[in-house]
Structures are given as structure tokens and as C-alpha cells.
Write a protein that binds this ligand. Sequence first.
Ligand code: AHR
Length: 335
Amino acid sequence: MAKKFFALIVVLTMVLGITGCGSQSTGNQQGDTKKTEESTEKPKNEKLVIGFAQIGQESGWRDAETFSILQEAEKLGVDLKFSDAQQKQENQIKAIRTFIQQGVDVIGVAPVVETGWETVFKEAKDAGIPIILVDRRAAVPEDLYASFIGSDFILEGNNAADEMAKLLNNKGNIVELQGTVGASAATDRMKGFKDQLAAKYPDMKIIASQTGDFTRAKGKEVMEAFLKAYPGQINGVYGHNDDMVLGAIEAIKDAGLKPGVDIKTVSVDGVKGLFEAMAAGEANVTVECNPLLGPQFFKACQDLKDGKTTEKWIKSEESVYRAETAKDDLPNRKY
Ligand code: AHR
């Protein structure tokens, strides 16, 4: 399945012409986007022309989101200009400026961190190009973006704390693997979890918390350090995403312990790899965060192009999944 997924990514990459950094068009629809000397109004593209500034490829979740965007663009015949910023905000900003010059209809961006977007979003606004925030938020005034499409990360953190409480009978020591520092997905999942412990579970403590940058490799590295620093004291690991907990599972096994049994796990995303770990008895819970945002994104783009107003927050539908049902859930997982 993983092979099939990546084969599709490769094919779509070839079809859609993705570049590593910077952006590239999927079609030659630029002729009608040039401004005339008489008019400063942005001329309308016939086809939907969209720029998408993606973060990178840090996790299975991110790959699934990229795939959803590419697949939907292909299905709808959108002229998509896609940029992979390799986890760097400056690359995302560069890509947005390129999209503005290209006169796209709408710009989608998954902001790697929350701050530092105001200037470039203002440039897009001045050029008459709406911005849609996809999956992560940006700390900017509301008039600088049309919509945010994505999850309630604070609620995910609340749910993760409730699940951890059930696993630990309301008592125990937890280590936390944070996502990218400054990313809304990390800040809010941290807050949601912490606030829930403070409000409902006074005997559950976060004894250590460090960033694993949303990657499996760093999740493993940080968990190894936690296991060394707190031998025999860790009851649960909370990961801001599944990939980091998959890395932590390796570290727990290397330390001669049983993940999912000696150390309980709760993470966010719902990627297949985590379901496989739950089915194998090595993980306990995943709080779903839906990456399949392509259909909602392009629907909002079309609405904006048609002059309609879109909702400020287009929310994703999500659930919580536990080890008990993982074997049955696995065949239905789409990412
Ligand atoms: O912004 C969503 C987060 O980004 C996902 O939970 C994580 O896996 C990804 O890298």
C-alpha cells in the first residue's frame, strides 16, 4: 500500500510538475492573467489557477495531505502551482510572492509556524488574491485571510488527555513529544492537553516535554533521552503526531520495554502506521486529524473565484481510535 501511495505521488509529481522549493505551473494559463495598462483590476483566469505553499514532507500525515491536494487538482483540471518549502518559512514566503506575480486566483498555505505572515499576506491582499490557511493557523488579523480549513487542535489535545487518563487510571507520569516549535498544531495540542490535565486530572503529570519536530527520527531520539533521564518513571507518552510516537515505540523497544503495555501511547493524526502498531499491541490510541483536505480546499477556491464568501473556519470531521478496534479499522483507513 505504501508503495502504491508513493507510486501515485511520483506519477502526480510528474503530471503536475512539483518542484522541491519554489513553484512550477501545471499548465500554460498565464496569458490571460497579465494586467493591462488601462486597468489595475486583476483579470479573471478562465481555469481555476491556484498556488499552494506546502510545508514539506515531515510526516505520513503531510504526505497524505499533499496527495489529497494533488489528486483533487488533477480530478478538477485545476492549474495548480505547488511548492514544497522543505520546512522553511522563508521558502513558503518566496513561493507566495511568486504566486502573486503569476496572478493566481487563490493562494493556499499550510503555515509552518504561526507568526511572521502579515507582510506577505498583505501583499496578496493588495494584489486582490485571497489566502486560504490549510490545516495550520497563522497569527494575522482576520481580514488577511479568507478561510482556515482544518482541525480544532486544542480539542485534539483535550481528547488526548482524556484518553491518556483512561489508560493510566487518572494517575501517572507522562512525557510529551512536541511538534515543530511555533506551529499552531504544536502550540494548541500542547495547551489542550495541559489545560485538560489541570482541569480534570491532578494526579497526572507531564515530567518532560521536548520537540521532536513532527518527525519519526527525532521522536525516537527524544524518547531515548527521556528513557535515560527518567528510568522506570514514565507511564505514558503523548505525541503531537503519530510519526513521533512511532519513533518513540522503537526507542521503548530498544530499551527492553513493551510499548503500549509498560508505557502507554496517545498521539494525534490517525496514520496507517499507527493503526498497525495498535493492531500489534504496541500503541494505544490515536486522535484523528484529517489530512484529506483537497476537496474542501478547491471547493473554497472556486467559491472565492465566483465571488462568494467562504466560512472563516471550515472544520474537519474527526474521531478517536483505540487499539481495541484497530484490526477492524485498518482496512478502512485512507492514509
Ligand atoms: O499540521 C498538522 C500536523 O503537521 C500533523 O499532525 C503532523 O503530522 C504534521 O506534520
